[in-house]
Design a binder for this molecule. Structure first.
Ligand code: SIN
Length: 293
């Protein structure tokens, strides 16, 4: 963490898109590192090719982008997701009736838990984890229910050169079993016989930006391969703590019908369940990704 001290603040900025202006959308960055609010677009309408290209560019640049006041119907939400790729079906979570790709995100007075309360990258236990997730929240609590996002580019870039060398070429196990078994019983969802488990590189290269990102998360990563378990456990613990440094984060305060679109290949996120007994409700559409390299 010494890299961050005494050097005039964080240097792990989102990469400007070569000064190229955006013409179909407005951009309001949340922090110098991650996150931007996008304006001037109505996601209930089909995207023009120019709008689509600029949203894709903004996602690559800011890692998570936000849209406010989007009264999406399920078909709009699914259609927006499909512009970015095939949709991912969650291995465990409940979904809207008849729409397996429309995952329910809901907590209320009767809830024993809420989705995504710990830091994670969505379904990183899949062999081909989701590229991105698009969350639409239609019902917000009076306060709270924010989502925190962290840049794994920033986390990687802030590691010491020695640690980068140590992690180079290393793989880790991501296991869905401890995360998903029994988790959705409160929604009446029965457990599957088994859940996904995969091995992924600890540092992955983003297929669009070419930047390196730290790819271990407290939610799913259980083991570093090729080193003794006590050493792997200690290093993982260090990496989890490191990835959660607030310098790498932005925090989104939801308003009704806001949308967040995050890139799971270079971010982690964590939802705050600080609003019980109030209700927070919406749906997530998740876009399939590729095998991390
Ligand atoms: C999730 O998709 O992990 C939930 C995020 C949220 O509810 O803010």
């Amino acid at each position: 963490m010494n890299v961050l001290r005494g050097m005039g603040g964080p240097r792990y900025r989102h990469q400007a898109s070569n000064g190229m202006p955006y013409e179909t959308i407005s951009i309001d960055p949340l922090t110098p590192v991650i996150g931007a609010e996008i304006g001037g677009i109505d996601l209930t309408q089909p995207l023009s090719d120019a709008q689509f290209a600029e949203i894709e560019r903004a996602l690559a640049e800011f890692q998570v982008i936000f849209f406010r006041g989007q009264k999406l119907r399920p078909a709009d939400h699914l259609g927006f997701g499909r512009r970015f790729g095939e949709l991912h079906i969650h291995p465990a979570a409940p979904h809207a009736e008849g729409e397996p790709a429309l995952m329910r995100i809901h907590a209320d007075q009767t809830s024993k838990r809420a989705n995504g309360e710990g830091w994670h990258s969505d379904v990183s236990c899949d062999a081909e984890p989701p590229m991105g997730s698009i969350l639409h929240v239609h019902t917000c609590p009076p306060q709270g229910g924010d989502t925190l996002f962290a840049s794994m580019y920033a986390a990687y870039e802030a590691l010491s050169e020695r640690m980068k060398g140590y992690l180079d070429g290393m793989a880790a196990v991501h296991d869905g079993e401890p995360v998903y078994r029994g988790t959705y019983a409160n929604f009446g969802v029965a457990d599957k016989p088994s859940y996904p488990r995969a091995e992924h590189p600890v540092v992955r290269t983003h297929p669009v930006t070419g930047r390196k990102a730290l790819y271990v998360n407290r939610g799913f990563t259980t083991e570093l391969l090729g080193v003794p378990p006590d050493e792997g456990g200690a290093v993982l613990q260090y990496l989890f703590d490191h990835a959660e440094n607030p310098l790498f984060q932005c925090r989104f305060r939801w308003t009704e019908n806001a949308v967040a679109f995050w890139d799971n290949r270079c971010t982690q996120h964590r939802a705050m369940w600080d609003y019980w007994p109030h209700t927070r409700s919406g749906h997530r559409v998740t876009v399939q990704g590729e095998r991390p390299v």
